[in-house]
Write a protein that binds this ligand. Structure first.
Ligand code: ATP
Length: 600
């Protein structure tokens, strides 16, 4: 039986198409008052979509996005009233002004950590609000009137229905672009930023630049909303662009589900509709006027967050058909590194020193690692292994000495630069993206092998590259025995498989050198055996490995050579059998039973 034109679409896609059709019918079937409400919801949803990307995905909280909406609105108002230009020109003008302003503000504030960034967004949110209110050219607190309506093919978009369609088209475009972005290389990098820069930087993501780019993109969406708002209301004053509105947009994102584009839309619809209803009913119920809806709003947000911490959308999504694995067609291949000839020096640590105040955590350590080898770095707790690992991976620079990777001096290089030279790593504490699939996590490792940036991702023009990444990730998952779990959520895997997933992710980066930071920590016996088998297979496949590990059974069974550290210094170096018998090593490990040591 041949499938029809819809036969190849997944149930989830069909549901999406049905939802869009319903949305398209709404302006026709709803009464005018409701169509106006729908238009407002759609305009606000543009701002909230930006906040989903910035706050929900990247983890940067902004209270100031209502102000960016104001910049877009006031720019188009000035362009169309004072300059007398077409209101359509107000959109690019608003985007230009908002984008420039956001890039400047982002460059200054996005280096801030913790609570300082949200405080900074409050500061510039308030500042812009007062600029709107105190600038005579912007009409001050009384506002600007007589903003012209939009015209399309000689038709004035003044009635609620045509405008609702314009707003709906805007939201559909923005939501589709946001979804495309999130399913791309850049989108995965954005998600990785949420838990801090460590993982993203290790795979070559320019973290600060990406934060600024997403900040600007989210501000542009707010500016677009401002343009729609100005030509719908045709009157502007500063009130809708103040801090309270900024907070409400954040509420909408959080209540709907800040990590989901559709969650943002849902939150906007629920809270905007609720606010209208409360405004109508509360004064009658309480017998007096006042902003009581704000109080009820606050209580409601707390209640929702109590019951559904990730917002309403994940609750709905549980009932939707799962997305499954969409195999991307026409997979090409990613650029690959020329193999390093066996035996060539791949890592050269020369007299490395790292001091913390008076403490020499790494004290004049030297060793080399040759292509094709597995080298173990061991030592008792506090010996300096992790610190040395950080020197090699670019996480922190050496105080003195040199680190060379394939002949390149990386002593002061960034983690991304070290990665681009062919070094991939895993983490002592597993750092996967639990809410993404196993496959998407593995694809994250290939960030530096692909090129598409934010614009190509939003426009979905990077599918060939994405297909190649997907193919590579599937191949590496197969290499570590995880191919059957590709579509599962990474967070649902047991620890042993999560560690293997980190190995697969590192392999997708096409490393010449794989650095494993305590890969057996927390694993059960069977999982350790599986890990050892994977490491031997990788070595047979030409991968060079440096492994920092406490588990002596695992280390002794897989490594070719060992470097032993104690109190920051290199205590011994040699074959596992010799290290087992070394009296100095046995003394350093006092009380720890070195496997095979008794045989000496
Ligand atoms: N950022 C830091 N600031 C100050 N001291 C540090 C810092 N990082 C590590 N140290 C100190 O450096 C020494 C070496 O620590 P390191 O974590 O490198 O040892 P390790 O061999 O990896 O230990 P473990 O096996 O327990 O992870 C310790 O005394 C530790 O307290």
């Amino acid at each position: 039986m041949r499938s029809g034109p819809l036969g190849s679409l997944s149930p989830r896609t069909l549901l999406g198409v049905a939802a869009v059709l319903v949305a398209l019918a709404l302006p026709l079937v709803l009464p005018p008052f409701q169509v106006t409400l729908l238009t407002n919801i759609l305009i606000f949803a543009l701002v909230v979509t930006g906040l989903v990307l910035l706050t929900g995905i990247v983890g940067l909280t902004s209270f100031g996005h209502a102000a960016f909406m104001g910049v877009g609105a006031y720019t188009t108002a000035l362009v169309s009233t004072r300059l007398g230009l077409s209101p359509w020109l107000g959109l690019p003008a608003g985007l230009l002004v908002t984008g420039t302003l956001a890039a400047l503000l982002g460059a200054v504030t996005l280096r801030m950590q913790g609570h300082y960034l949200p405080l900074a967004t409050i500061a510039w949110g308030i500042s812009l609000f007062y600029v709107f209110g105190n600038t005579p050219a912007l009409g001050g607190n009384t506002g600007l009137t007589d903003i012209p309506a939009l015209e399309l093919l000689g038709l004035r978009l003044t009635g609620p229905r045509p405008y609702a369609y314009l707003a709906l088209l805007s939201v559909l475009l923005a939501a589709a672009g946001a979804q495309c972005l999130l399913s791309s290389r850049t989108g995965r990098a954005m998600r990785a930023l949420r838990s801090g820069p460590l993982v993203a930087e290790a795979f070559g993501v320019p973290t600060f630049r990406l934060r600024v780019q997403v900040f600007v993109l989210s501000a542009l969406l707010a500016s677009w909303a401002g343009w729609l708002y100005a030509h719908n209301q045709r009157f502007l004053n500063p009130t809708p662009f103040g801090l309270q509105s900024g907070i409400e947009y954040l509420f909408m994102a959080v209540v709907g589900g800040a990590q989901y584009v559709w969650g943002g839309l849902l939150g906007t619809a629920v809270l905007t509709d609720l606010r209208e209803r409360l405004r109508d009913t509360l004064p009658a119920l309480l017998g007096q006027q006042g902003n009581f809806e704000t109080v009820v709003f606050g209580i409601l947000v707390i209640a929702v967050l109590h019951g559904a911490r990730r917002g309403l959308w994940p609750v709905i999504e549980r009932w939707l058909p799962s997305a499954g694995l969409r195999r991307l067609e026409h997979a090409g291949t990613l650029p690959a590194r020329a193999p390093v000839p066996r035996g060539e020096v791949l890592l050269d640590v020369r007299g490395a020193v790292k001091t913390f105040g008076g403490l020499r955590a790494v004290d004049d350590v030297s060793f080399t690692l040759h292509a094709g080898e597995i080298l173990g770095l061991i030592g008792p707790n506090g010996a300096g292994k992790s610190t040395l690992f950080n020197l090699v991976t670019g996480v922190s620079p050496a105080t003195a000495g040199q680190v060379l990777v394939a002949g390149h001096d990386v002593t002061r290089a960034s983690p991304g630069a070290v990665h681009r030279l062919g070094v991939s790593r895993t983490f002592q504490h597993v750092r996967i993206l639990p809410e993404l699939s196993v496959l998407e996590n593995a694809m994250m490792g290939g960030y530096a092998r692909a090129r598409a940036g934010i614009v190509r991702s939003v426009l979905h023009l990077e599918r060939a590259e994405e297909a190649a990444l997907q193919r590579e990730a599937l191949a590496q998952l197969e290499r570590v025995g995880l191919q059957a779990h590709a579509t599962e959520l990474a967070g649902a895997l047991p620890l042993g498989q999560q560690r293997l997933l980190e190995v697969a992710r590192a392999l997708v980066g096409d490393p010449a050198l794989l650095l494993l930071d305590e890969p057996a920590a927390g694993l059960r016996h069977g999982e350790k055996r599986e890990l050892a088998a994977v490491l031997r297979r990788l070595q047979a496949g030409g991968i060079t490995i440096l492994i920092v590990e406490h588990d002596m059974d695992l280390v002794m069974s897989v490594v070719d050579r060992l470097v032993v550290m104690s109190s920051g210094q290199r205590l011994a170096e040699g074959l596992p059998a010799d290290i087992r018998r070394d009296p100095a090593v046995r003394e350093a490990y006092l009380g720890v039973d070195l496997p095979g040591a008794g045989a000496a």
